[in-house]
Ligand binder design. Structure first.
Ligand code: PLP
Length: 299
């Protein structure tokens, strides 16, 4: 089935297995590229325009031009998705990604490489997190600070986050890394933002140190609609160990309950804990899919 999937590469729709880019592409040589990823819920794309707004901001930060307008990018995204939707079952969904790299440097300059692609979401391999909660481990590796490269831009180079992943999964294969920033406060993990709930307040790290996740902002909006107080603040490990609840947000997870951080059970260890459950159910209402059930049904 994978072989039938179609990707968009530099102006053409091609079978994934036939897709080709140059070995001299600076995306590959230097990790110099930018991407964004949304997903479908019940085969309908979620917040494409918010994702493309963030994508074009990341491109601007990285001084990259895809030479395609945002509207054209949206059209190509939808065309690609429609071509690939027939390849998955009605209860499966896709990650939908746009990538632009610096391309190949020649004496005439550079032409960026533009790739759009879809991948089925990994519901089965992540389903346990919704049943038992996610064990978070804080690695020794710190998150790239804004003084080095802004984590607010969705830069393709994940070496920092992957290094963290190797470290924590070598200790516990199920563990999910959340890195500290250079000041010792919680920041984010591979593809995911972090939240705690303390005394009814929904708290997440400040945007300066993390990617402004679309699921993060969706969660903050839903929390406000539910009448919960929200706060962007420094969260250190004391705050985490004494929190009532914790969860991560991401495009694929939406909201995923955290069981423990560094082995310390958060709150009463209930999965999902009461406020996380209310937020998850509000998120499910917004997207028209029972998010937990979509994962749990794969167990
Ligand atoms: N943090 C990082 C480093 C990410 O790469 C991502 C998404 O891939 C997120 C957070 C979550 O962002 P979103 O909710 O838009 O998926």
């Amino acid at each position: 089935m994978n072989q039938d999937r179609i990707a968009y590469v530099n102006g053409e729709f091609v079978l994934e297995k036939d897709a080709v880019i140059s070995i001299r592409d600076r995306g590959f040589l230097q990790g110099y590229s930018v991407f964004d990823t949304t997903r479908t819920f019940g085969h309908k794309i979620f917040k494409l325009s918010e994702h493309l707004d963030r994508f074009y901001q990341s491109l601007k930060y990285a001084r990259l031009s895809p030479q395609i307008t945002k509207d054209q990018m949206a059209e190509i995204t939808m065309e690609l998705l429609n071509k690939n939707l027939e390849l998955i079952d009605s209860d499966d969904d896709y990650w939908v990604t746009q990538r632009v790299s610096r391309g190949v440097s020649t004496s005439e300059g550079e032409v960026p490489t533009v790739i759009l692609e879809t991948v089925p979401l990994p519901f089965k391999s992540r389903a346990n997190y919704y049943k038992n909660g996610m064990p978070v481990v804080v690695p020794s590796v710190r998150r790239t600070p804004p003084e080095v490269l802004s984590p607010r831009a969705k830069i393709q180079n994940y070496a920092n986050l992957v290094q963290a992943e190797f470290e924590v999964t070598s200790i516990n294969p199920e563990a999910w890394p959340i890195l500290l920033d250079m000041n010792g406060n919680m920041s984010e993990g591979p593809g995911s933002n972090f939240f705690i709930i303390k005394n009814g307040k929904v708290i997440t790290p400040k945007e300066q140190y993390v990617l402004a996740g679309i699921s993060r902002s969706t969660t903050l909006e839903l929390a406000a609609e539910l009448g919960l107080e929200t706060l962007e603040a420094d969260i250190d490990l004391y705050d985490v160990y004494t929190a009532d609840e914790a969860f991560v947000t991401s495009t694929s997870f939406c909201i995923c309950p955290v069981l423990s951080v560094n082995g310390a059970i958060i709150g009463e260890g209930e999965i999902p804990a009461p406020i996380t459950k209310r937020l998850l159910s509000a998120y499910s209402g917004l997207v028209g899919i029972d998010i937990e059930q979509q994962y749990l049904s794969r167990l």
